[in-house]
Design a protein around this ligand. Structure first.
Ligand SMILES: Cc1cc2nc3c(=O)[nH]c(=O)nc-3n(C[C@H](O)[C@H](O)[C@H](O)COP(=O)(O)OP(=O)(O)OC[C@H]3O[C@@H](n4cnc5c(N)ncnc54)[C@H](O)[C@@H]3O)c2cc1C
Length: 350
């Protein structure tokens, strides 16, 4: 990491320790997007999705997820959108929005996870001057904070298209009330229904295809594990706190063992991420590494619950929040391959 990255990471750690983590249970229960957290991160230059190396981004996500899953999950949509707009060949779109986006003054969400589903959910029909979007985007996170959303849709020929759409409710774009969720309820995630919504060619972000999406999912098989590593890290910190209050040596032994496993899992995932993806055994190894991170995150959170006893079941306790967040990271960016790999591992089928 560069000096600038190290310094931004220290600032992120300070914000996590003083603002995000101390308020995480309150935020989780509030049902509302924690705007003060997003503002503090943006003021420190941390809403800039175009900044930093892969190593910096992974470390940043791990810190956020150890502190407050809600804040991470809202911010991550925006960081992804910054990357999409920054790399778009639509330079006019970039010039219109990117500068405000990276300052955290113009939040852009995403609605394209549904492109992985077997049946098209959202269709884009070419018309003079642009496209008409119709259908349902089942998940759009952070709606009240959004100035716009990048929707992914199917074209009539089966290819994908990604379009920038202002976050305005009218007869063409309607959103549900925030979905009642077991975890991440404060992200105010909604379902958006689009009906003949006209998107001008000036708001085109990029083209894509099912093959490109599948290839990117494969390439990222064991890259997107930082949330699981973060929840593990948070659970280890909780175990260490509990070890100072309860007379059971097993608590610090568990923290030490999980810390060693966390380091091994991180090393394995990131070494594989940077290695030759065309090697015949790479895909199987990468899937194993991904499911290891998933299983580790849930197991570490469950260890925190066991160590915290009955108090863990209080909605004010970090142990239960981490357990629910670990459950959520099990599903986030899930593909059919990850679904099957996770079930195989958890049910000990191989
Ligand atoms: C709280 C929450 C917020 C989210 N926010 C966003 C957001 O802001 N933006 C966004 O784009 N996404 C968002 N997502 C989507 C998230 O990334 C998805 O959960 C993830 O991609 C899994 O998809 P799914 O839940 O739609 O599950 P599924 O539809 O079950 O898909 C999971 C995998 O299984 C495969 N599959 C499922 N059923 C079948 C079948 N019958 N035949 C063959 N294959 C099948 C799918 O193709 C896919 O690969 C959010 C999800 C949650 C839970």
């Amino acid at each position: 990491m560069t000096e600038q990255e190290t310094s931004r990471l220290s600032e992120a750690r300070r914000i996590c320790d003083t603002l995000l983590e101390p308020n995480a249970e309150r935020v989780d229960r509030s049902g509302q997007v924690p705007r003060e957290n997003l503002e503090a991160l943006a003021a420190a230059g941390l809403a800039d999705g175009t900044f930093g190396s892969d190593a910096f981004r992974r470390a940043f996500v791990e810190l956020l997820c150890a502190a407050c899953g809600t804040t991470y999950f809202i911010l991550t949509q925006h960081l992804g959108s910054c990357g999409q707009i920054a790399s778009s060949s639509n330079t006019a779109l970039r010039e219109r929005f990117l500068a405000e986006m990276i300052m955290g003054k113009h939040y852009v969400g995403v609605g394209f996870g549904h492109l992985r589903r077997p049946q098209p959910m959202l269709r884009a029909t070419p018309v003079p001057g642009g496209w008409l979007l119709s259908g349902v985007a089942p998940w759009v996170t952070g709606w009240p904070t959004l100035s716009a959303t990048i929707y992914g849709a199917h074209l009539p020929d089966g290819r994908h298209i990604y379009l920038y759409v202002p976050a305005r409710e009218d007869k063409h774009q309607q959103v549900s009330t925030p979905l009642p969720l077991c975890a991440m309820g404060a992200t105010e995630t909604v379902e958006a229904t689009l009906t003949d919504l006209f998107v001008p060619t000036s708001d085109w972000v990029r083209d894509g295809s099912p093959e490109q999406l599948a290839a990117s999912d494969t390439a990222n098989l064991c890259s997107n594990v930082a949330p699981m590593l973060g929840v593990t890290r948070g659970s280890i910190a909780l175990l260490r706190q509990l070890a100072t209050k309860k007379p059971f040596p097993v608590l610090s032994q568990a923290a030490d063992a999980l810390q060693t496993e966390l380091e091994q899992c991180r090393e394995r995932c990131f070494t594989l991420s940077g290695s030759d993806k065309s090697a015949p055994e790479w895909r199987e190894h990468a899937l194993q590494a991904r499911t290891w991170a998933i299983e580790l995150g849930v197991r570490a959170a469950h260890t925190g619950v066991a160590a915290a006893s009955g108090g863990a079941n209080s909605l004010d306790h970090p142990a239960q929040r981490r357990m629910r967040e670990a459950m959520f990271y099990t599903l986030f960016q899930q593909t059919s391959e990850i679904l099957q790999g996770t079930v195989t591992r958890l049910a000990r089928l191989s």
